[in-house]
Design a protein around this ligand. Sequence first.
Ligand SMILES: *[C@@H]1O[C@H](CO)[C@@H](O)[C@H](O)[C@H]1NC(C)=O
Ligand SMILES: *[C@@H]1O[C@H](CO)[C@@H](O)[C@H](O)[C@H]1NC(C)=O
Ligand SMILES: *[C@@H]1O[C@H](CO)[C@@H](O)[C@H](O)[C@H]1NC(C)=O
Length: 357
Amino acid sequence: MKLFVLVLILLVGVVFLGGPGAQAWSKEGHIMTCRIAQALLRPGAAEAVHNLLPEYVKGDLSALCTWPDQIRHWYKYRWTSSLHFIDTPDNACTFDYSRDCHDPHGSENRCVAGAIKNFTSQLLHYQEGTSDRKCQSKPENCISWIGSSEFWEQRKFNGFEISTAEGNLKKEFSPPKEYNLTEALLFLSHFMGDIHQPLHVGFTSDEGGNTIQLRWFRHKSNLHHVWDREIILTALKEMYGKDMDLFQEDIQGNFTHGIWSDDMSSWEDCDDLLSCPNKFLPLFFLLLYYTRYAAESINLACKWGYKGITPGETLADDYFSSRFPIVAKRIAQGGVRLAMTLNTVFGEHDQEIPSPT
Ligand SMILES: *[C@@H]1O[C@H](CO)[C@@H](O)[C@H](O)[C@H]1NC(C)=O
Ligand SMILES: *[C@@H]1O[C@H](CO)[C@@H](O)[C@H](O)[C@H]1NC(C)=O
Ligand SMILES: *[C@@H]1O[C@H](CO)[C@@H](O)[C@H](O)[C@H]1NC(C)=O
């Protein structure tokens, strides 16, 4: 009988925890990220998203934002399970794409940054037909995307010739017609959330904090889980009466007219480029941003996640109140950047590039 109970407890434990590394931003974190993003879409992107979503969600992207977590253990999608995170060298507190973006078998690009790159570049094919036609009339001002080593080749960038290394990756990425752009949209939306969860870019030996056992107030948890879920769930319960809409509105208020409103344009990465007028954000740089998001995450993981943690300790009010603002901001940034990416990807590709002055 005792043995039976023990086996039962073990089984239940396995089912609930789903094995190491199985967690992601809680359902709530992903849903809020997607709702924030969808509210910021411009008409063209809103329409494309609507067209790509299956009818039964009635245009609500957030309804399927957790889909990649549901299918990651299915046989067909097993290759996606390493796309939810990045393992960086212990205590390095840096992200280096070529060093860190691979799965446990060393297969390149199989990490959350590589996934964002992959699915963003797939979505660029959404309006290929129309852009191609327009490009033919004025090829010198067109950005043309192909699956080359950086996933794009820009023939002319206002007179600068950008050379591309033709490479292995060309083979790796299947031709556009094989892409399922609905899946690409769901994956991108999910992974844009995950890359902003600081502990999704964590140390290798502790699996992003998954093996650091501790207590969250009264119950058992681990450091990864604290950042995925516990902080969000505690905030919902203690601050928003379990109403996710209120939490989301608080986040949105803080970037539209609150504490983050001045930062918003820098989140969108326009600050150091061609100043980023709304209508034209250089597509050229879009696929490089995920490196910055991952670097921010490991930096926050070191400063706020791992710092001062002793395995086995109990985390409570102090940890919650000092970390909650970071979690809220990362959800906000994930949403704003997902919107920025979708607006860019589904925007006009072939506008004339303004001369750098
Ligand atoms: C990119 O996504 C496709 C599925 O759409 C997949 O077959 C391919 O392996 C992915 N590439 C990488 C590097 O993850
Ligand atoms: C694309 O993927 C979705 C989700 O897996 C699936 O329901 C749909 O049938 C796929 N579409 C095509 C054309 O294969
Ligand atoms: C929004 O800003 C207010 C004022 O600084 C702060 O009290 C609140 O916790 C913030 N909310 C979120 C979700 O960040």
